[in-house]
Design a protein. Sequence first.
Length: 233
Amino acid sequence: MTTYVLVPGAWLGGWVWEPVATLLRERGHAVHPLTLPGLSDRSTGAAEVGLEDHVEDVVTVLEDRDLRDVVLVGHSYAGLVAGIVADRAPDRVAHTVFLDANVPVDGASMVDGWSAAGQELVRASIAGHDGLWPAPEPEDFAGHDLTDEQVADLLARSTGHPGRTLLEPAGLTRPLEQLSATFVACTLPDGPEQRPHVEALRDAWDFVELETGHWPMVSTPEQLVEVLDQLGR
């Protein structure tokens, strides 16, 4: 049996992992889907939540539930969170999965690697939405291997994301190359996204591709579980 801790990306709560959690439990694994502070049913005070709050929340879960030898999965934005947690709690995290995710860069925020225009747009969007990064529009899900019903559910259940988490710098105590990690890249709609900081880790980590869009826990949970289950063996 393997213990999985599943951390959702921007705008999402632990609910997004329901199909994956069910399938993993059917295979005999222990699964802990998390909802980060400021999101979903924990949205109170979202504008005041920062990246460090998310990191501390996951570390607290690991400690309070006395979870060890964990496979920690971070989707999209939550790759930042998972990477910092794995760095900070190596006695509890055995392996980290970056699911079509951002990776933390010491001293840099998530948006620091974006173009100047992109940074200006996201900062203006956060400022214009009371400190939150607004949830996606329907067209943002186009081409990502999702049914109309799945898109409608994502739209209905997503919440604004705490903007501070995108703007606060990450802090690491050791190079990411030292983590035991797997990067899962989703190839739709236009092939795997080119991420320079991720490409630099190819010699240190395992890399897997899934032929689906950015939300594989929704579009292809069975295929994602196959990947995760292999890591737990």
